[in-house]
Design a protein around this ligand. Structure first.
Ligand code: E4P
Length: 217
């Protein structure tokens, strides 16, 4: 399973990268705004900065919602760095743009996916990644994990190469459950990665080992 961090915060990206288990970064316009990154030039520079920190894929989202706009923006983004993956919304023109980029060998991430049918369409259009939003489904009392299972089954049935990028991950159990289902990637906050480190028995056991070592030395 690949681990992506879902943030535009450079310190957090650096910290996750330093852990040695980071495979990429996802961003979106809200995450950029949260970091105070506004205006096209600043956003472009921020994508470049992120690509300098991590070795893996960096999703960069288009703002346009029409086919021509998405193609223009996506082509500009893809040219920024070989690690950039063009993130497209799950709407009619987004699917058309996905097919266009797929035919050109430009990698894509179809985002804002909330149903198995949407995921099937994204795979048919040749998406590199499909991003079902697990946490946002859970937020409205819908079983987000069930959607991940449905997509896994459909993609396996037809051997689609599109990778399931479980998005809107909120905590460590989301990560573990997605790993059990077979999501190819998870993207979540830094806490969803570092939280995996924690177990009280590890801390208690280590304290005892160190205590016993000191007794003998
Ligand atoms: C995915 O690429 C999105 O950036 C993200 O996972 C959304 O998560 P949220 O529901 O926590 O905003």
């Amino acid at each position: 399973m690949k681990f992506f961090i879902d943030t535009a915060n450079l310190d957090q990206i650096t910290e996750a990268e330093a852990l040695g288990v980071l495979d990429g970064v996802t961003t979106n316009p809200s995450l950029m705004a949260k970091e105070g990154i506004t205006g096209k030039e600043n956003i472009i520079q921020h994508y470049k900065d992120i690509c300098e920190i991590v070795a893996g894929d960096v999703s960069a989202e288009v703002i346009s919602t029409d086919f021509d706009g998405m193609i223009k923006e996506g082509e500009e983004l893809a040219k920024l760095h070989p690690q950039i993956v063009v993130k497209l919304p799950m709407i009619k023109d987004g699917i058309k743009a996905c097919k266009y980029f797929s035919d050109k060998g430009i990698r894509t991430n179809v985002t804002l996916v909330f149903s198995a049918g949407q995921a099937l369409l994204a795979a048919k259009a040749g998406a590199t990644y499909v991003s079902p939003f697990l946490g946002r489904l859970d937020d409205i009392s819908t079983d987000g994990l069930h959607l991940i299972s449905e997509i896994r089954q459909i993609y396996d049935n037809y051997m689609f190469e599109t990778q399931i990028l479980a998005a809107s991950i909120r905590h460590t159990m989301h990560v573990i459950d997605c790993a059990k289902i077979g999501a190819n990637v998870m993207t979540g906050p830094l806490s969803s990665i570092t939280g995996l480190l924690k177990h009280p028995l590890t801390d208690i056991g280590l304290a005892k080992f160190l205590e016993d070592y000191k007794k003998g030395n």
